[in-house]
Design a protein around this ligand. Structure first.
Ligand SMILES: Nc1nc2c(ncn2[C@@H]2O[C@H](COP(=O)(O)OP(=O)(O)OP(=O)(O)O)[C@@H](O)[C@H]2O)c(=O)[nH]1
Ligand SMILES: [Mg+2]
Length: 444
């Protein structure tokens, strides 16, 4: 998720895991590496030193019976990092209409996040609307309209109005028809007087129950000043961190979390509307350290499939007539979950072991699978055995891909079918309880 920072941290954990005997020198040398990694990745130096001191003290003093020295070391690193990112918290949608105002500087991800959030709550059964208050940037309202269309959420915008206060007045009566109204506000290059005045007015006119600050992961140390000013202006109580998928020096995220000193409610992990997660501080740190986190995967999986879908898919998977249409459905399931790498990173034992190059390669393949499948006839989809050489040629031509790509897909399908034959259906019940990862293995 966080590039070189993540791999350096994972390297340190591996080094600890691979050590058979600890002495003070070794402990010091590992802590030195850790400190270098933190500072090189943009963790604010004072924060980094205080972190190292805490870890050192705890590893020396807290020698409990429960842990080996190695486990203790890893646990303390994990626990101290969790403290830096702060407590997790979820928003309580307490009244109707529940009005949420997103604020932040230019390009922090407000507009994208408002749509992600709208989709998130819509999925959970709330009636949601979006409100376009960015009258400053010319294309802002069109951007929000397009996002709203994509997720099928109504968008209140008026291209002719120049003042956000007038937009709020115009649609005020309509808000009452919704459970949640999410307002996208305008940004600026810096927190200047104009922006300060504008968002103060918006806050007064819109009177949101929640004002949330949107901070990009690459913001690093200036998070402190921003969080402080936005808090004073509009009483920001929560933060959303975007671009967690980026190549920003990952330590900046830790610093941002620490400095913002407000609970993080959600994180943005990509450009797609589904690349959005509730923030889970423990899950976040365990992924960062390569410890894996099944809970986050379960949560994500639940969002992508309804329970009924999942049940149907697994019944189908273990039946004899598992065909390419079912294969296609599963593919779409993965797509709904975001990218393949975001899914793989959540699987304990797998995270960190699959190279990002390999994943990119596989993702490229998945991209091609969709047009290939849609170039097949119904007969071919339901009975893939009939797909012969000339059919492969025709399908490849129709999909605009190479014949090898079609064969690749058929191979993946066969692997998956074979896997379904090998698994004892009685084990299915156990697997279902823990989300059936085997479905994905055939595709990786
Ligand atoms: N990779 C990645 N890109 C993101 C994420 N969130 C937003 N973006 C991208 O960041 C850019 C800016 O996002 P916007 O949502 O337009 O930001 P904004 O705060 O509304 O910007 P202004 O309206 O100009 O102030 C867009 O290209 C988004 O696609 C994220 O979590 N990950
Ligand atoms: Mg915007």
């Amino acid at each position: 998720m966080l590039g070189s920072f993540e791999s350096a941290l994972k390297g340190i954990i591996k080094k600890i895991e691979g050590t058979s005997h600890f002495d003070d020198d070794l402990l010091d040398s590992i802590l030195k590496d850790l400190s270098k990694t933190l500072i090189a990745s943009d963790v604010e130096p004072v924060l980094a030193f205080s972190f190292i001191e805490h870890v050192k003290k705890r590893v020396r003093e807290e020698k409990g019976l429960k842990f080996t020295v190695k486990e203790q070391f890893i646990y303390v690193i994990y626990d101290e990092l969790t403290k830096i990112v702060g407590k997790e918290k979820s928003l309580k949608i307490s009244e109707k209409p529940f009005k949420i105002l997103l604020v932040g500087l230019f390009g922090s991800g407000k507009t994208t996040t408002s749509a992600k959030m709208a989709k998130y709550y819509k999925k959970r059964g709330y009636k949601v609307a979006l409100l376009g208050l960015d009258t400053f940037r010319a294309a802002a309202r069109e951007q929000l309209r397009q996002l709203g269309d994509k997720i099928q959420v109504p968008v209140f915008i008026d291209e002719s109005l120049k003042n956000p206060g007038d937009v709020i007045k115009k649609f005020e009566k309509d808000f009452e028809k919704f459970d949640i109204v999410i307002a996208d506000s305008a940004g600026r290059d810096a927190l200047d007087k104009n922006l300060a005045k504008e968002i103060k007015d918006v806050k007064k006119n819109f009177s949101p129950q929640e004002s949330i600050l949107v901070l990009p992961a690459d913001i690093g140390q200036s998070a402190k000043a921003q969080a402080k000013t936005f808090k004073e202006l509009v009483n920001v109580k929560n933060v959303i961190i975007t671009r967690m998928d980026g190549t920003a020096k990952g330590g900046g995220v830790l610093t941002a979390c620490f400095e913002a000193d407000s609970p993080i409610v959600f994180i943005g992990t990509g450009e797609k509307v589904d690349d959005f997660e509730e923030f889970d501080n423990k899950g976040f740190i365990s992924r960062l350290l390569g410890l894996g986190d099944l809970n986050a995967l379960l949560k994500k999986a639940k969002d992508a499939f309804t329970e009924e879908d999942a049940k149907k898919a697994s019944e189908k998977f273990f039946s004899k007539d598992f065909n390419l249409i079912d294969f296609y459905d599963q593919l779409r399931g993965i797509k709904k979950m975001g990218s393949l790498s975001s899914v793989v990173n959540l699987i304990p034992g797998v995270s960190g072991k699959v190279s990002s190059e390999l994943l990119k390669n596989q993702e490229g393949k998945l991209e091609k699978f969709e047009p290939i499948l849609s170039s097949m006839t119904y007969e071919e989809l339901t009975n893939p055995k009939i797909i012969s050489g000339t059919r492969v040629q025709r399908i490849a031509f129709g999909a605009g891909v190479a014949e090898a790509d079609v064969r690749d897909l058929l191979d993946s399908f066969r692997q998956l079918s074979r896997l379904s034959g090998k698994i004892n259906p009685r084990k299915l019940k156990m697997l279902e309880k823990n989300f059936d990862l085997s479905k994905f293995k055939g595709l990786m």
